[in-house]
Every structure is written in C-alpha cells, then in structure tokens.
Design a binder for this molecule. Structure first.
Ligand code: TYD
Ligand code: MG
Length: 453
C-alpha cells in the first residue's frame, strides 16, 4: 500500500510545499499554509473533456458553433457573451450579501420556464431559506429542484440521474470531495470539487454555475486555481450603500470580456437597467461646480457617468487626496499635470474625487472628465450642463485619442448632450457629428479654456 503523503498548501494561490512555511514563496501571502493530504495519482483529472483524448489534425476536428440558449435576463445574457453555452462552467464571484443567490435564483426561474428542470444545490442555505427568498421574488416552480448537499460525488450523481438544463452550486466554498480529507473551503477541496464538476459539465453538456465568495482582499478564495478551470468568470460588484449592482465579465471563453450588466436591487429582487447612463445622471445637480460627465465605455457598451471633485484649502499641513471609483494614483498624476502644465495652484488644496452611484471607472479616457471636475471646483465655475468629455491625458499635458469615439458620441447625443470635448485626433477623424458641437483639444490648457464656458 502506498503511503499517504501530507503536504502543505497555500490557501491563497495553491502553492504546494513539503514543509510548513510562514510566507508563500509564490504569492507572498503570510501564514497561508495549511496541511492537506495529497490526492493519490489516480484521482487526478483526465483531459479537459473528461474522455480519453485522441490526437487529431486541426482540419479534421468537426466544427460547429457552441450551442447557446438565451436565459431571458438581458443583462445576464450580455455578460455571458450572448446566452448560456451548453456544458459551460461559469463562476460568479462577489462579496457576501451582494445578491449572487438572488441573481441565480432569478436566472433559474427564467431557464426553467423555457427549457425545463434546473437543479439548485445549496450548501449554505436550507430549502426553507431559499423558499423565503423565492417568495420575495414571486418565484414558484415545480421545475426548480433544491438539493441541500455538500458532497460533490453525490451532487454529480443526483444531477446525472436528473439531467437538468442547468446546475447551480451555491457556493463552491461549501462543497467537498470525499477523496480529500481537508476541510471544505480549502484550496485543495475547491480545486478538486470544481475539477470534478468541470468534467461532469463537459461530458453531460449541462451548464454549471459556481457561486464563489470573495475574501476581504477581493479575491475569490482559491481564485487562481478556479479561474483556470472555468470557462467564464463573472464578478458581481456594487456598493452596499447603493442599489446598483454591476455584473462584470473577467474571463470568457465564449465572448468578449469587460462586458457589464447593470442591475438594481429592489424590494422584490434584481431589476434590469436598460439605460444606465440616464440612471446615473438622473440626480446630477444643475449648475454646480465640481461636476463633469465622462463618456466612458464598459466593454462594448457606452456609459455616461458623473465625476465629482471637491477642491478646498488644506487645514492641516499635508494636502489630502481622496478618490473613490477612480484610481488614486491616476488622480494624483492628473493633479500634477494640472499644476505643471496648466499652472493651477493645487499644492495647498485638498482634492476629493468621486464617481457617482458607487461606480468604478478604470479607463484612461476618463482623464479629461476628472480634470474638468477638478478645474471646475477649483475655479468655482460649473462645467456646461450639456457638456461631456472624454480623452486620455499624457504626462506632458497632451490629450490623446481613445478608442470607440463614435460610440461615445452617439450615446452622448442620445442622452441629450449638446457639446462634447474630445481629443483633437478623434475630432479630426469623425465622419459625422451626431448633431453635437464637437470641440477637439490638443492639450490640457485648451481643454480648460473650453470647460470654462
Ligand atoms: P443574496 O442573494 O442572499 O446575497 P449573496 O448570495 O451574494 O450573499 O442577497 C443579499 C441581499 O440582498 C440581502 O441583504 C437582502 C437583499 N435583497 C433585497 O434587497 N431584495 C430582494 O428581493 C432580495 C431577495 C434580497
Ligand atoms: Mg448566497
């Protein structure tokens, strides 16, 4: 009989060591090692498709598009790349309490309406608790089967007999495989359980959703191992203080990444938001300094968002710089550009910036908008109510062209904006102006001239 080997595994990245270590040499995490029993060789997962593989020339591989099915929740279908693919394994991650179980239950209700039985495995909540949530969402169906089970082998067996249209595991951290002796939630367990589910999904062509909790550091526990295994990774984000929730594609083998779906958490579930730009601008104050609108893009989707800045004299020695929803370092860089290239005396000023609605804007095209908000607050002059901006700002104060200029302009025109300040290069290349007054600017100084009205 072979000896059972004990190894130590980093719980944050999966690094394996024969000895306990204080610091993980791979990801640098401290005290992240825990003891696990190594799985015997025969339990290692076979090839990605679960069947014995055969070598083939590419030209002989039978083609054909993956089979897709629309779920019926537009925002969810969008982030999945146009519907649910058969046999896909999808990870939905997010903070506890953000609404993952709500979203998945609503999706299951839709799927079961059109395509038949679905299986909802919950290791966290009892069927009674799920029933309570379903009542709140006005969902009642014979085709949603609840299974309170945590052993992955049993889950797969039940699913094999039932042949559901979709299988949901809520959450992956609660289930375990009998092959390993470590506790549920450890990296080894998560990886082995997910691998087994993956093999099952590919073999049976049943789409599988895995729900995963995000740790305090913002990573799904055992994330690296899981992100490799699954086909699609979606993050459900949002600010607890705001009703808006954003479902973001982080990885997708069946579609583009960086897509977003926008939802609103209401008293009876998640509502879809068809036109997020209108919503995010609906409470914009009129003629107040320190507010500007950015025409940004989220994947293929234009999104107009309001950025606010507050510039006020520092009361303590060190000026304070705070930013929410935009990158802190990026804002500092833009402040430095404003000081050096546009001569704004911001050295003795606190600068606070915020994206309204708890949103996050990461693309460089937001630079011009952030600058406009800061300048507007500094000079106490509002940016025109019907003006929006986009453009990347370089370190020498130049304004650079960004991608998808026309899509942004079209959205601005649709929402009712009249003037758009854009990089000169973008303005020169436009074929149509969408009925807008388009101002092309070469550098920050020019941009500031125009936002002064
Ligand atoms: P839940 O889906 O349980 O979150 P997760 O599975 O991500 O942990 O939802 C959590 C929150 O959503 C909870 O605090 C209550 C709120 N909620 C509503 O506001 N309206 C609703 O209709 C439902 C079902 C939940
Ligand atoms: Mg939940």
């Amino acid at each position: 009989m072979s000896k059972i080997k004990t190894v130590y595994q980093c719980q944050s990245c999966g690094h394996v060591s024969p000895k306990w270590l204080g610091k993980c040499p791979d990801c640098g995490a401290w005290s992240s090692f825990s003891e696990e029993r190594q799985a015997p060789k025969s339990l290692r997962s076979p090839g990605a498709q679960g069947a014995s593989a055969e070598a083939l020339p590419l030209s002989q591989v039978s083609g054909g598009r993956e089979k897709r099915r629309l779920i019926g929740i537009k925002e969810l279908d969008r982030v999945l790349g146009g519907g649910l693919v058969d046999g896909a394994i999808i990870l939905i991650g997010g903070d506890p309490g953000i609404g993952k179980s709500t979203l998945i239950l609503q999706a299951l209700a839709k799927i079961s309406e059109t395509s038949g039985t679905v299986l909802y495995v919950s290791g966290e909540e009892s069927p009674e608790q799920i029933k309570l949530r379903a009542e709140r969402l006005s969902i009642n169906s014979d085709s949603i089967i609840l299974l309170p089970e945590t052993l992955v082998e049993n889950i797969i067996e039940v699913s094999r007999d039932m042949k559901p249209t979709a299988l949901v595991i809520d959450s992956i951290q609660t289930i375990f495989t009998g092959d390993l002796s470590s506790a549920p939630g450890s990296v080894g367990q998560i990886r082995e359980s997910a691998a087994k589910l993956m093999i099952y999904a590919k073999k049976s062509q049943v789409p599988v959703f895995l729900i995963g909790h995000v740790t305090k550091e913002g990573a799904i526990a055992g994330p690296r191992v899981l992100e490799h295994i699954v086909d699609t990774v979606l993050y459900f984000e949002g600010d607890r203080g705001h009703p808006y929730r954003i479902l973001r594609t982080v990885k997708n083998r069946f579609g583009s990444t960086n897509e977003i779906g926008v939802f609103e958490m209401t008293d009876n579930g998640l509502g879809e938001i068809d036109n997020p730009s209108e919503l995010f601008l609906s409470e914009r104050p009129v003629d107040v300094s320190g507010s500007a609108v950015i025409a940004s893009m989220e994947g293929t989707r234009p999104l107009l968002v309001e950025v606010q800045a507050l510039v006020s004299p520092t009361t303590f020695g060190m000026p304070r710089r705070t930013s929410m929803g935009v990158d802190f370092n990026r804002v500092n860089l833009l402040i430095a550009v404003l000081e050096k290239k546009a001569g704004l005396q911001l050295g003795g000023m606190d600068v606070f910036t915020n994206i309204v609605g708890g949103l996050k804007v990461v693309e460089p095209a937001s630079d011009l908008g952030i600058i406009a908000a800061i300048v507007s607050s500094f000079r106490e002059t509002p940016v025109g109510q019907k003006t929006c901006l986009f453009g990347e700002v370089g370190l020498s104060g130049e304004v650079r062209a960004v991608a998808q200029g026309e899509t942004r302009l079209k959205e601005a025109a649709k929402i009712g904006f009249k003037q758009v300040i854009v990089p000169k290069n973008t303005a020169d290349r436009l074929k149509t102006d969408f009925g807008l007054t388009i101002t092309g600017v070469k550098n920050v100084e020019e941009a500031i001239e125009h936002i002064r009205r």
